[in-house]
Design a protein around this ligand. Structure first.
Ligand code: NAD
Length: 329
């Protein structure tokens, strides 16, 4: 069976080609992002393997179905970029990787917290230039601080365990409280109250109609002055332009983003030779208390191996008429 990978990077090729031996699939790797313009490349491929910034709108899905595609195998947990109603209408099955390594993403959120707090990004640059001054590098003890976890599923719970290990007090917001968080001593609150009480807030909920722009100018106004906000969930959980005002007036003291609302046209590519056209991102990158990583939280060896194994399993089980990890609208 022919499988075409869109948005594939060398690390995808490496992990999938080492995992494929036992599956008997014919894998083809395409660096292009899946859009209306590139969908024709999938002609004759029964399976399309897509990533988070591939565009799976109704028009693209129709083109894929017309070209003979029958299965969309997402190599991601999130599926907010797929028009599921259109997929169903076209008879396209959609599968995903519901869990690969919650540790990868949770640990990256913690890496952002530690780097922002201890200003590692600034210290790194300073010492390389022979500047050994500590001015402006004062951090704070994480021990005893209050951390708000928004979305307490697999990644949020893993993140909460790590922060509990630092001696942080845990607050949580999720429509479905997780007993594991309660066992860690977390208190579930409504979001505005969590935002008022937490010094560090980390977003781990999926992007849905309910969570789009969950963090906006109103909710940023509920933060403690100087609070830290971390987003490794999805970019559109935050109304990004509102962050700029909150950073300018000091309401937001630290910002760590691994995801960005407009990342689809930017992330995963080297654009260092080109002028950055996105003025919101350009402004965010000027703040010394902001760190942006380009959707790399998932990128560990363990996560890549698990993504490849589950995706290939999803494809072979679907082909055998025994599908798993189906996403239904
Ligand atoms: P999960 O399904 O295990 O947990 C999601 C949690 O969010 C659930 O407990 C759910 O009840 C909760 N939730 C749903 N709606 C909510 C709302 N309105 N407010 C608060 N909480 C709500 O998912 P997971 O594996 O923990 O992943 C969480 C998200 O992390 C994914 O949806 C994805 O967007 C993101 N993610 C990012 C990366 C990355 O590389 N940056 C990698 C993987 C996943």
């Amino acid at each position: 069976m022919r499988v075409l990978f869109f948005s594939s990077q060398t690390y995808d090729q490496d992990s999938f080609t080492s995992a494929v031996t036992s599956h008997g699939l014919d894998l083809h790797f395409q660096p292009a992002r899946l859009t209306e313009d590139t969908a024709a490349l999938a002609h004759g491929h029964e399976v399309v393997c897509a990533f988070i910034n591939d565009d799976l709108n109704a028009d693209v899905l129709k083109r894929l179905a017309d070209g003979g595609t029958r299965l969309i195998a997402l190599r991601s947990a999130g599926y907010n970029h797929v028009d599921l109603a259109a997929a169903k209408h076209l008879g396209l099955a959609v599968v995903r990787v519901p869990a690969y390594s919650p540790h990868a993403v949770a640990e990256h959120a913690v890496a952002l917290i530690l780097a922002l707090n201890r200003r590692l990004h600034r210290a790194y640059n300073r010492t390389r230039e022979g500047n050994f001054s500590l001015h402006g590098l004062t951090g704070f003890d994480l021990h005893g601080k209050t951390v708000g976890v928004v979305g307490t599923g697999q990644i949020g719970a893993t993140f909460a365990r790590i922060m509990a290990g630092f001696g942080c007090k845990l607050l949580a917001y999720d429509p479905y409280p997780n007993p594991e968080l309660l066992a860690l001593g977390a208190t579930y609150l409504e979001l505005p109250e969590l935002l008022r009480q937490a010094q560090i807030i980390s977003l781990h909920c999926p992007l849905t109609e309910q969570t789009q722009h969950l963090i906006n100018s109103q909710s940023l106004g509920q933060l403690q002055p100087g609070a830290m906000l971390i987003n490794t969930g999805r970019g559109a959980l935050i109304d990004t332009p509102a962050l700029i005002e909150a950073l300018k007036d000091g309401q937001l003291g630290y910002l760590g983003l691994d995801v960005y609302e407009e990342e689809a046209q930017l992330f995963f590519e080297d654009r260092s030779d080109l002028p950055l056209q996105d003025d919101v991102l350009a402004r965010l990158l000027t703040f010394p208390n902001v760190i942006v990583t380009a959707h790399q939280a998932f990128l560990t060896r363990e996560a890549l191996a698990a993504i490849a194994e589950t995706t290939l399993d999803n494809i072979t089980r679907w082909a055998a008429g025994n599908p798993q990890n189906l996403v239904e609208g």
